[in-house]
Design a protein around this ligand. Structure first.
Ligand code: ATP
Ligand code: MG
Length: 426
């Protein structure tokens, strides 16, 4: 026998057992987006490498070591998208969506990063994200946070997540702060680990992100960005926090929240949970007013977030918040007992589906006796078994057997059975 080919490490199959939970999650997301007036955008999975290098930043983890980059047959450097924002900006600019107008967009799909696979961290994973363009005030920042908070509430997750909030200020203020921070780190050279030393010249703010316990004390005493904000960013941040207070959305100001991507400015936030170990960030976002211009467009304020779908699904499972509906089988499983029933059952199945548009029905295929078929009906998770054999065909009847309730089997005229089904489903 030849060796079986397996999936690529860190890239998961979504099996039919699991897809109902994903569909439930995706359904909640889709309706929520509609309710807030966000419209879906779909962009290709592959983009020119330069798009990500120029937007995410050359000295970020993603661009330095996580991208799936390859040469196309004609020599162009292409990359599997590691995140959704850059492509969204690219597409919005390319199709004139940012011209003299505001936009509220959302997307979902697979992203690719070459990381060390572990629970909650994969090489192909899925994000749902939103991006709002053309609005520079704290009102839209609040909306983006309110939308995410509503999703947690709908999913039953709200008590299990914490909103962490910070402001990165204007690029100028951040530049000045960066110099102070580098000074401070240089005074504590001996406490820096290798990663921090490497970042000192390239991306010193990221050092604040470090989870190394040996640096914790030194980092706690480091100068804080929030103390060095420009006046406008400060006012923006204060308005946002006051409005969150008024909306009853709790948050924790985390002065060391800096986000991994270069393009952020002012508001940044993360929703985190304790329930998933170290992969605890389920949603991350903020304002990125500089990105559109950086990619060659007119200056356009922007704010958005991306959530990690695998982590949210894991969280729902861990907290046992998987709704029963997402585990349910079809309403009914139609048995076809005997040679004539095989075809008759399929015709009847079509009639039932015509008459009852909400009916979910699986019609038995593949022959076999009653015992074998009723076993399959049970395994399908169906509530009802519908029984069609030679006798039923001759007399125009249909049997209805309750698979999950203590109730007697009913055998009815086919038209009456249809009405009965309608009543049972209602
Ligand atoms: P982390 O610090 O966990 O690496 P990140 O800052 O790289 O996260 P973002 O680029 O902000 O993550 O992506 C937004 C969200 O997407 C994350 O909060 C997380 O929920 C999810 N995510 C990011 N990378 C992965 C991955 N490799 N596997 C699964 N989910 C991921
Ligand atoms: Mg990462």
């Amino acid at each position: 026998m030849s060796k079986k080919i397996q999936a690529i490490r860190g890239m998961n199959d979504l099996l039919p057992e699991q897809s109902p939970l994903w569909q439930y999650f995706e359904g909640q997301v889709r309706t929520l987006m509609q309710r807030y007036g966000y419209r879906e955008i779909r962009t290709p999975i592959v983009e020119q490498t330069a798009l990500f290098a120029r937007s995410i930043g050359e000295v970020t983890d993603i661009v330095e070591k996580e991208m799936y980059t390859f040469d196309d047959r004609n020599g162009d450097s292409l990359t599997l998208r590691p995140e959704g924002t850059a492509a969204c900006v690219r597409a919005a600019m390319e199709h004139g969506l940012l011209y003299n107008q505001t936009q509220r967009l959302w997307y979902q799909g697979a992203m690719f990063r070459h990381e060390r696979p572990q629970k909650g961290r994969y090489r192909q994973f899925h994000q749902v994200g939103i991006e709002a363009y053309g609005m520079d005030g704290p009102d839209i920042d609040l909306e983006v946070i309110l939308l995410s908070a509503r999703l947690w509430k709908q999913l039953g997750l709200y008590e299990h997540v914490t909103l962490e909030l910070n402001s990165l200020g204007s690029p100028e203020a951040r530049g000045a702060y960066r110099e102070r921070l580098v000074d401070y780190f240089e005074q504590h050279q001996e406490l820096l680990d290798d990663d921090a030393r490497r970042r000192l010249s390239s991306n010193p703010l990221r050092i604040l992100d470090s989870k190394n316990p040996d640096m914790a004390g030194m980092l706690a005493d480091a100068p804080q960005l929030l103390d060095h904000l420009d006046a406008e960013s400060r006012a923006h941040f204060e308005t946002l926090t006051a409005r969150l207070d008024a909306a009853g959305i709790g948050y924790r100001i985390n002065p060391r929240l800096v986000r991994g991507l270069d393009y952020y400015s002012r508001t940044v936030f993360e929703w985190t949970t304790e329930a998933l170990g170290s992969q605890g960030t389920v949603c991350a976002g903020g304002r990125y007013d500089g990105l559109v211009e950086q990619l060659g467009g007119k200056p356009t304020p922007a704010v958005g977030f991306a959530m990690g779908v695998e982590r949210l699904i894991l969280l729902l499972e861990t907290l046992e918040l998987v709704p029963a509906e997402s585990r349910r089988g079809p309403d009914a499983y139609l048995l076809a007992i005997g040679a004539r029933a095989e075809h008759a059952a399929q015709l009847l199945g079509e009639r039932l589906r015509d008459a009852l548009p909400s009916l979910t029905l699986q019609v038995h295929c593949g022959g076999g006796g009653f015992k074998n078929q009723i076993k399959k009906a049970d395994k399908s998770g169906a509530r009802l078994a519908l029984i069609l054999g030679d006798d039923e065909i001759d007399q125009g009847l249909l049997g209805i057997k309750f698979l999950r309730e203590q109730r007697d089997q009913e055998t009815l005229d086919q038209q009456a059975a249809l009405d009965r089904l309608a009543a049972l489903l209602a």
